[in-house]
Design a protein around this ligand. Structure first.
Ligand SMILES: [Zn+2]
Length: 173
């Protein structure tokens, strides 16, 4: 289903006053920083955004965005298609002083002097932050797993170190 295009620049102060909700898409062709970070992104970025104030009267932008990107699998160096989802709680501020006064759960985003916000930039930042640092195929889909020789174990299964046990021990230290 085709959704409305998310407006690029908005009057964030007015939208907060109206408790505005926006459910709309950004055509990923417009998000050049995202396109530079991945192999392809042919899907729009779907955004569900709520403008509101929290109980302390902080202006907030909360919601989520998601899309699908193609990246390079760090194991087999083949292309892998990955869903990317970001959930965010942003505090809308006019300057650094206001940013410092925000509660920790709100990530500050600065408005211009007229209260305008570039929503595309904000949503693109969120998608970029949500990209996996080590994109990989899931098990069974990775080319490398099919060509990798079987580990040369001669002992019974019980004697094999379970990689998750090793990790758990490391975490306990
Ligand atoms: Zn792979």
């Amino acid at each position: 289903m085709a959704e409305a295009q998310l407006p690029k620049r908005v009057d964030a102060v007015k939208l907060v006053d109206n408790n505005q909700q926006l459910n709309a898409d950004i055509d990923s062709k417009n998000l050049t920083r995202l396109l530079d970070a991945v192999v392809h992104c042919n899907e729009p970025v779907h955004c569900e955004i709520q403008f509101e104030r929290d109980q302390d009267k902080n202006r907030m932008l909360t919601g989520s965005c998601n899309t699908n990107v193609v990246m390079i699998c760090q194991r087999c160096l083949g292309e892998v298609s990955l869903p990317v989802t970001s959930r965010f709680q942003l505090g809308l501020v006019f300057d650094d002083d206001q940013a410092r006064q925000l509660p920790k759960r709100l990530e500050p985003v600065e408005l211009d002097e007229n209260g305008q916000l570039d929503l595309w930039v904000v949503m693109e930042d969120e998608v970029l932050l949500a990209l996996p640092a080590f994109p990989m195929h899931t098990h069974g889909e990775c080319q490398l797993e099919q060509t990798e020789p079987e580990p040369d174990y001669t002992d019974s299964d019980e004697k094999r170190p379970n990689p998750f046990d090793v990790l758990a021990k490391l975490k306990q230290k």
